[in-house]
Design a protein around this ligand. Sequence first.
Ligand code: DX5
Ligand code: ZN
Length: 216
Amino acid sequence: MEVIVSPSLLSADFLNLWKDVEMVNESRADWFHLDIMDGVFVPNISYGLPVVAQIKKAARKPLDVHLMIVQPERYVEEFRKAGADILTVHLEACTHLHRTIQQIKAAGMKAGVSLNPHSPVGLLEDVIRDIDVVLLMSVNPGFGGQSFIEQTIEKVKKLKTLIQSAGAKTLIEIDGGVNFETGRRLVEAGADALVAGSFVFNSPDPKSRIEGLKNL
Ligand code: DX5
Ligand code: ZN
């Protein structure tokens, strides 16, 4: 299967967001990765519901919404209304993760669960069949442009084994420090989807970066 590419608009030009949304529409990218930060779960604040709703009007591909917020269960319905297709919550932010996953699916979205670099993949063993996407953080969440944490490669392999032994169809998505070199090694290790922010948007030719990630 060809790798799924999900450009992160965190590194887009917010004064010309429409232009960057169009670029992703016209590119070979598969999803739009939208990073929502509350300044509590992570030490940064990004953008929220009104921006997601505006992006939805222009986007011609699914919205892959990554919630880096505490108590994400309070906002499931709001993000569905704003247009999320995949809604990802952090394991570390959910006391009742199983319930939150069911809540996301009952609202009609695909359910994603994200793990910070310190959280072992084994914590997902009892919910893996319920999850559509696992988003492994390969940096500490909060900022674009950080360098890739090497341990993620081992984590992808362990997660792949966990998914296969459970007979699940869960996709493995990686977020942080993705470029052609780390991307290629991640796909070899078993990743199905790659998020890329600064590597795409800080390039003079973002479409060719996306193209390159599709052809790793
Ligand atoms: C980090 C965000 C990422 C970020 C990735 O907290 O979740 O999606 O945009 O940025 P890069 O690709 O620059 O590491
Ligand atoms: Zn993200």
